[in-house]
Design a protein around this ligand. Sequence first.
Ligand SMILES: NC(=O)c1ccc[n+]([C@@H]2O[C@H](COP(=O)([O-])OP(=O)(O)OC[C@H]3O[C@@H](n4cnc5c(N)ncnc54)[C@H](OP(=O)(O)O)[C@@H]3O)[C@@H](O)[C@H]2O)c1
Length: 398
Amino acid sequence: MRQRDARVFALTGATGFLGSHLMDALIRKGRSLVILGRRRKGMSLADRVAALLAWFDVKDRGALVETAEVDLLEPRLGLERHQYDVLCGKVSEIIHCASDTRFSERTRREATETNVHALPGIIGLAKDSGARYFHYVSTAYVSGPGPAPEAPIVSRTFSNVYEETKAEAERQVAARCSLQATPFTIVRPSIVYGDSVTGRSNRFNALYYHVKALQLIRDIYLNDISQHGGRKSREIDIHLDPEGILHLPLRIFLARRGHVNLIPVDYFVAVMLSVLESPRSGRIYHITSDAPRTTEELAAYCERFLRIRGIETLYGEGQNGGVQNPPEEIFNKLVRPYLPYLSDTRSFDRTNTNGLAAGFSAPDLTYDVFERCMRYAVRMDWGNGNGKSDAGVSRASG
Ligand SMILES: NC(=O)c1ccc[n+]([C@@H]2O[C@H](COP(=O)([O-])OP(=O)(O)OC[C@H]3O[C@@H](n4cnc5c(N)ncnc54)[C@H](OP(=O)(O)O)[C@@H]3O)[C@@H](O)[C@H]2O)c1
């Protein structure tokens, strides 16, 4: 029997949003990591990880991090036999965070391959290395409508291929780990935004996408008013008031009244670390907020941040059939994949998560937190590579 004097985590998805934050936190705790990932756009995995560590300002901890370029879909993760054996000799715990996170039906094949077909290989590594735990990062949205227990999924109602493949992955993780007697946990975060304290983020999806869409629409009309005499704006009653606020009539059409469950990435990391410290096999943990925001509240945040007025939320089937003005058409087109998440009615049970440590609830998404995160996103040009300072992020993760 191999002797291991320290925990060594194999981590997938470390070049992504949540995985990179987890990598940073584990390194800061002095944990040893083997990052399993791939080269991309001509950059080796080692260079991508180094760029991310620079973004996190992690210094002198390089010795704790190793990288291994793998193909999750290949036998032995695409490694030569001896490389695989060396990996198995090191790893004592696995965190599987890699995922195809796109919602589009067009990417069904890739989503199924990455989210489902890659599981035998990475769970096989848990068996071959004798790992003491396999931790799977899922999503809170595998649960169907209504109350969502921290329990295996029974619902077959999904908003998109992403949710569907994540649900199938949960079933396979539980079945495969049980069969090979590997203890496992499943964590289910809701929608994650940047760091609530610093405002920083290295991905600008989900919440950011809506704000970015509204900023784009605002700038189209501000440009029309300042450069072209406001002809397009006048046609739909868009105007600037004396305080410099743009009056922009824009209705958001939603199927039903609901809320948006958002958590900051620092909270995701804190709960994950707690799960890693005291895991209980077979447990599912909801990493969610007890104070979800309504679309109206978020719209008010956006209005204040972008200095616009006129966003209105309308509910009920059929609203979408109505005539839309050009700003509404642009907005709905840009955020369509995210619309189901704006009127969510699930309530997430958090018994297991609350049991991890006392007082473990998510920081509130106040306007101050929202503004801090959005200011950072604007400064980083929403991750388009034209941002100021913080170099290396889009290179590393893009
Ligand atoms: N972000 C959220 O709001 C949120 C909410 C709930 C749950 N989650 C879950 O949290 C996990 C991480 O999400 P995220 O937002 O960090 O995602 P992300 O930023 O899109 O990153 C995805 C990660 O998975 C890797 N990956 C994707 N396909 C791969 C493949 N075929 N082979 C190897 N690696 C692959 C990516 O590697 P490359 O960089 O090489 O592409 C990247 O490291 C996922 O399991 C997701 O379902 C996220």
